[in-house]
Design a protein around this ligand. Structure first.
Ligand code: AOS
Ligand code: ZN
Ligand code: ZN
Ligand code: ZN
Length: 426
């Protein structure tokens, strides 16, 4: 293990005076305003975001892929990388596996490695968006939507196999994201592909264990550019309702056309008890999969404001599953993920600072100016010292990114794995 608690604690020593100074100032100012600072720190500590196994290697674009040194080549190494991120941040306590990229050779061994690093298994991700070597029927013209019964049955069976594997590992949910769609008008009969998708999802749902959830992800376009079968939250919501109470919509921040009001979608789904999962990333133009908070941090805050409201007021909605779904084409993936975690925790803490009572009152009085002031007051608070405190209390680093660099983690991984190792998957 490259990082252990003692090592993190000794690095924290150098930052402790600065941290205390900053924390005291922030905490005292908030306490004076009547904020329960301890509760906010506790909530931030409890907030755990899953890292997908495909995020630890360098991503790529359709034009090429530039590898990053010391990438994990095996499932064990991917889990170890998440363990490193979790040790430093204390906020990435889960890993989300992708099948078939991450089929474990020995499920028990993988389970105990994961447990030893303090990690849990988040949702299992099936893959019917590419053909695997030796696969009998192609997904070129669709998978769960396919008009080729053989391809469709094969895709259904794959999802059922993923559930079975997830059961062995102790996962409790399946995320289905489909590339299915068309690139040209007339290519698909919209009603046929939607109906096929619904029938397929119902067959998968029928195999779902009692305590499992099915998350249905939507996306307006890409990889196909004319239509996507599950194009938006409404389609996903409708399919989830058709399947039954264990099926939910999954919101991926990048899966919206520009300027969509995502916070309103979140509120609507939570009111209906159907927001099951969440994929964090940021986007400027489309499904850009950029670092969370790097482009639209205020939108992220507004989304968290609805999530916080929903978690407090919508018992009909289960606690959502959180995951980062970003791609790292230029940066060290682990550094990028730590930046994303910081942005997520920061938006969450700021949303927790919103004075809900005062906001409700201002809304009732139609004091539009005050409503905006209340949101801005929370958004403009520097919550970083609170996040630092949450980490320190759990044995994490005051400054995870700086500690990661000072410990020279990447070079140690290169020594261990070789300079030109290549991650599997996307
Ligand atoms: C694709 O655009 C989606 O965001 C998926 O959630 C994910 O990236 C994919 O399922 C990877 O397996
Ligand atoms: Zn071009
Ligand atoms: Zn996603
Ligand atoms: Zn995506």
């Amino acid at each position: 293990m490259i990082i252990d608690k003692e090592n993190i604690a000794s690095h924290n020593q150098n930052n402790l005076d600065q941290h205390n100074l900053r924390f005291d100032f922030t905490a005292n100012s908030l306490i004076q305003k009547g904020v329960d600072v301890d509760t906010i720190i506790k909530k931030v500590s409890d907030f755990q975001v899953a890292i997908p196994s495909w995020a630890l290697g360098a991503g790529g674009t359709r034009f090429g892929r530039f590898s990053y040194y010391g990438e994990p080549g095996t499932l064990e190494q991917k889990i170890e990388d998440v363990g490193l991120i979790h040790a430093l941040t204390q906020s990435a306590g889960a890993i989300s596996l992708h099948i078939p990229w991450d089929v474990p050779e020995d499920a028990e061994k993988i389970k105990s490695l994961t447990k030893s690093l303090g990690l849990q298994f988040d949702a299992m991700n099936s893959n019917t968006f590419q053909d695997q070597p030796n696969q009998e029927h192609s997904y070129k013209y669709g998978s769960l939507c396919s008009t080729d019964d053989n391809a469709r049955q094969q895709a259904i069976q794959h999802n059922i196999d993923v559930i079975k594997l997830g059961e062995q590992l102790g996962s409790k949910s399946l995320t289905v994201w489909l590339a299915d769609g068309s690139s040209f008008p007339g290519q698909n009969n919209f009603q046929t592909v939607l109906k096929n998708t619904q029938d397929s999802l119902k067959q998968i749902y029928a195999e779902l264990p009692e305590d499992w959830k099915l998350f249905i992800e939507y996306k307006p376009y890409e990889p196909y550019f004319y239509s996507t079968v599950i194009q938006d939250w409404g389609t996903s919501f409708m399919l989830a309702n058709e399947c039954g109470p264990k099926a939910y919509t999954l919101v991926d921040l990048g899966h919206h056309l520009p300027n969509t009001n995502i916070e309103q979608i979140v509120a609507t789904l939570m009111l209906k008890g159907k927001l099951g999962g969440f994929h964090f990333n940021d986007s400027k133009y489309g499904d850009d999969d950029l670092t969370v908070g790097s482009i639209k941090p205020y939108s992220l805050f507004l989304i968290f404001n609805e999530l916080v409201y929903g978690m407090e007021n919508n018992p009909q909605n289960p606690y959502p599953a959180w995951m980062i779904d970003a791609s790292h084409n230029l940066k060290d993936p682990m550094e990028d993920l730590m930046q994303s975690l910081e942005a997520i925790n920061s938006a969450y803490a700021k949303a927790l600072l919103v004075d809900q009572k005062a906001l409700r009152e201002a809304q009732r009085n139609h004091d539009v100016t005050l409503c905006q002031e209340i949101l801005q007051e929370a958004y403009l608070t520097d919550v970083r010292p609170l996040l630092e405190k949450a980490r320190v209390l759990n044995g994490g680093a005051i400054n995870p990114l700086q500690t990661y660099r000072q410990m020279d983690v990447r070079n140690k991984l290169v020594d261990e794995r070789g300079k030109h190792s290549m991650a599997t998957g996307l």
